[in-house]
Design a protein around this ligand. Structure first.
Ligand code: SF4
Length: 328
């Protein structure tokens, strides 16, 4: 592959340009496109916007299981036989303690995650109150993932100081019916629009390895660009025994890295995160993810546990990157 191809990818992304479907697909699937020059091109774009800084996001699953939705990849879904801890929402003091610990461990952002279709009004007020109390005590950004919300709920959360609302697209619209039937893609888009309309940053990502085509991945990357997603968690599917969706596709570390590079080129200024499943799917190439991505999750994923944060920090520093903290 002539070096001009890699230069074209980086230059176009740095100029804010767009890519043809053909070019985007080559990033994912063309064996002539070599991994190391591809990662180097993605790094040029990453470096412009984020230097060598890495943001660690620490998740706290504050409610687990008992979800009426049927997302077939999710261990917490209705009909899942996965043996997972099931608990209703944790007490406020535990959620606040999670924020304290996340900040102490070096987190840039504390992500509060609740299973379920969506919060009622009362739950939104409680989350808003928690956000206020966290922001008053620790310099850490706060993100909430609580399912479907409407415009009024989004405004309440924004007024409390919530920085971001997470709601993943997970896959392309054309593939959505294969992974979930209890809600529609349009429902997901409406929640993202509600969060955006209230002035919150939108965090929305994808899960790779659920039987989608490479074209679906390109479509999601473009959809998130159109939605101006500031944060894009790229998850790599890990099958949990008992979950309805089986282990469909064997993801290779190289393919995972190509996906991260593609998201960096199409969404050059977004926080691209090597998210759930990075340990299992990137394996010994994990630190190469930092060349396209500027953020990682640590601990507390939806389906599986992650590495402890001290190990994540060491991986970042060993690769020559720096953990980013919020300046006070
Ligand atoms: S992904 Fe969320 S909405 Fe879907 S089943 Fe799991 S917890 Fe429920």
């Amino acid at each position: 592959m002539p070096t001009g191809f890699y230069r074209h990818l980086a230059d176009t992304a740095l100029e804010g340009g767009t890519f043809s479907q053909e070019t985007a697909l080559r990033v994912l699937t063309d064996p002539e496109v070599k991994l190391l020059p591809l990662l180097d091109a993605a790094f040029r774009v990453r470096e412009r916007h984020f230097g060598k800084r890495v943001r660690i996001h620490i998740l706290n699953n504050v409610q687990n299981g008992l979800c009426p939705e049927d997302c077939n990849y999710c261990a917490q879904a209705a009909g899942s036989k996965a043996e997972i801890p099931v608990f209703r929402i944790k007490p406020d003091e535990e959620i606040l303690e999670g924020a304290r610990k996340a900040h102490a461990a070096g987190a840039y952002r504390y992500c509060i995650v609740l299973s379920g279709r969506g919060p009622g009004r009362e739950r939104v007020e409680r989350m808003a109150d928690l956000v206020r109390r966290i922001k008053a005590q620790w310099p850490v950004e706060v993100c909430l993932s609580a399912g479907f919300i409407d415009g009024e709920m989004a405004r309440t959360l924004k007024e409390a100081g919530l920085d971001r609302y997470n709601h993943n697209l997970n896959t392309a619209e054309g593939h959505y019916g294969n992974i979930c039937s209890s809600h529609s893609y349009a429902d997901r888009l409406a929640t993202l629009e509600a969060a955006r309309g209230a002035g919150m940053e939108v965090c929305s990502g994808i899960i790779i390895g659920m039987g989608e085509q490479a074209e679906d991945i390109v479509t999601v990357a473009h959809t998130l660009r159109r939605l101006a997603a500031r944060s894009i968690p790229v998850n790599f599917y890990v099958h949990v025994e008992g979950a309805k969706l089986g282990p469909l596709v064997h993801l290779t570390p190289e393919y995972c890295l190509r996906v991260l590079a593609l998201f960096r080129f199409i969404n050059p200024e977004a926080e691209i995160r090597a998210a759930g499943g990075r340990e299992a799917n990137l394996r010994s190439l994990e630190s190469l993810a930092l060349f396209p991505a500027n953020s990682v999750f640590s601990e507390g994923y939806l389906n599986t546990g992650g590495h402890a944060t001290d190990r994540t920090v060491r991986m970042i520093e060993d690769a020559g990157f720096q953990v980013e903290r919020i300046e006070v």
